[in-house]
Unconditional design. Sequence first.
Lengths: 203, 203
Amino acid sequence: MRRGIVQFRPHQTIMRPEDPPSIVYTIYEGWAYSGIVLGDGRRQIVSFMIPGDSIGLLSLYGKSPIGTVRALTPTTLCMFDANDMKSQLIATDQGREALERATIACATEIAHRLTDVGQRRASGRVAALLLALEARLRKRGYSERGAFEFPPNQEHLADALGLTPAHVNRTLMQFRKLGLLEHSKGRMHILDFSQLQRIARED
Amino acid sequence: MRRGIVQFRPHQTIMRPEDPPSIVYTIYEGWAYSGIVLGDGRRQIVSFMIPGDSIGLLSLYGKSPIGTVRALTPTTLCMFDANDMKSQLIATDQGREALERATIACATEIAHRLTDVGQRRASGRVAALLLALEARLRKRGYSERGAFEFPPNQEHLADALGLTPAHVNRTLMQFRKLGLLEHSKGRMHILDFSQLQRIARED
DNA sequence: CGTTGTTTTGAGATATGTCAACAGGGGTGG
DNA sequence: CCACCCCTGTTGACATATCTCAAAACAACG
């Protein structure tokens, strides 16, 4: 079933909306992100993908991806043939459920991002995104007591949150001054979870 | 398989996140909407649902709905047992595909809403939402040359778009003055598609 | 005709955007 | 090892889209 291992460098495009839905990847190492690009260059980052996530889940449903998927860091992927993988998965109850779970988790996450962007002010959006990412990373063992690799730069965050890079910066700066987190050189360390949770809830 | 016909009045709750995933509805008549409610009363409307849409698709995957689903108008629903319906659907290729298509269409729509709210200014958001709804309504035969029943009030639109009702009003007002649409008493009439499309694209 | 909910409008406040300059770090080539 | 460059982060002054709050007009409805 596995078709091989592929590597991508930062910024490289892994999958496009116009690609045929013939391939699925699984992230072995590195981060990627999926974004919808508008005609004039604006883009909405719809999701960040971390090791263990699938890229091109929609291929399993015969659909091309919604957005463009690009590598955020040097990335190692396992490559599968969509048809092969699908028949493998739907052969067993476990497989079907795993696929369904992944699809739904993805949709749920997007709905929550929509809620963040639609209803929260800048500080709440940043806090909510960081907490959501930390939770996902922790489940997979990539976060140690709130400290983890965090490759997105402030422009990525801005595009994910519907903010401006400058404003993301001010917001992170403020969090740092309040002692809520440390952040430099691609590492994030969340110091005060409960305070960030409060901000995510109230702002 | 069908368990019965149910009716709901405006504002009534059809399904809650804490409900067990045992039921699926299909809208026979009327509109509903699904929204995520925050602790302090803010809410994000995630999707509007029109006749032909399913409510509680996630029940088929053993999951409770992401948000609260409420009736927007007097609504008539067909009610199904989730397990029965699932076994019916996955029995045939057609059924499986229909289910997958519905699930994916829903997720795709949410991703586009996220893009609207994250990247567009008020006029672009309103235009994009109206056009998306008109397209869905037209496919099902509920829009005649851009004219259709439109039950959401400006507060619903505001909650869907991450805007304030006052601002939705000003935006609609402006569209009307420009002759792009007519809108009163629960009816919408889109007069200038290409201009609205331009606004959706550029704003 | 009151009542209730929605739309419309205004004046003023503010969160966020814009733009531009500067700083720092890390790589690269000389 | 230095000089340079590029990318990202940081900061400031200023602009503005959108919000807030509140009042009034309007419409639907019993």
